[in-house]
Design a protein around this ligand. Sequence first.
Ligand code: B12
Length: 214
Amino acid sequence: MSFKRIVLVKPNGRKGLGFSVDVIPIGLEYIASSIEKEVDDVHIVDMELEEQPFQCFLDIFSPDLVGISMSATDHDEGLRLAEISKKSGVTTVLGGYHPTAIPDELLAHPQIDIIVRGEGELVMKELVQKSSPEGVLGISYKKGKRIIHNPDRPPIGDLDSLPFPARHLRTHRYKDRMNSNSRKIDVIAMSRGCWGKCSFCCEPYMSKSSMRFT
Ligand code: B12
């Protein structure tokens, strides 16, 4: 197993007018900039905006690892993209708030190999360096029929230690779709997490109820 050609994908999950402004996959861009030097190539495929079917990107980039970002609303579509990837023989990894909260449920699907729990930058960096999930903090994965949960990785203490998101990999001009004169838009993340300990919310799984600022 070698993870050298990486495709990071945002499923098409948007519905309704609430999504008239494009959602920039800034989390995937953070991951891309953290692994860029470790791999041969990394691409971000934003299926919200692509017009080609996902299989085209597998054919063009021929990845050995596909990473899919999932919020709860992307559940079905994320699993569908993973199934397409798996049929092409690609290892699949899920990350984001939803997989972080329910790794066992998602790993029960045959097309899912690995879940990254929590922030993705350092975990993905170590995963591509080792080309194996074994011993990588923050990962849950399948070994034969068993599900292995490696210990948690602590939230990133110093957000300024992270490289800037890989905006140079963008292949789209993000904008406000309701405004025909819309300028290019962008997003800047200046904090992470939430101090709440709400039992109904997935965020404490991500940040352990810690709030950090740049
Ligand atoms: C800002 C924000 C938004 C912005 C997005 C800004 C943007 N990117 O352009 C807006 C307002 C558009 C938004 C929309 C929505 N949001 Co919102 N949002 C947040 C908020 C406040 C911060 C998220 C953030 O920017 N984090 C920082 C970035 C860098 O992290 P990230 O993108 O999550 O990526 C990191 C990890 O998740 C992980 N990761 C992510 N993807 C992957 C993929 C792989 C392969 C790997 C390994 C790791 C990985 O690694 C990344 C880097 O560390 C959180 C609450 C919170 N306090 O955290 C809610 C939150 C994420 N949102 C949530 C929800 C529900 C939504 C909506 C579905 C709401 C709706 N019903 O319309 C939509 C979904 C949008 C979409 N299509 O994804 C929920 C998610 C719940 C869940 N279980 O999935 C949260 C947790 C709020 C909550 N508690 O309910 N959101």
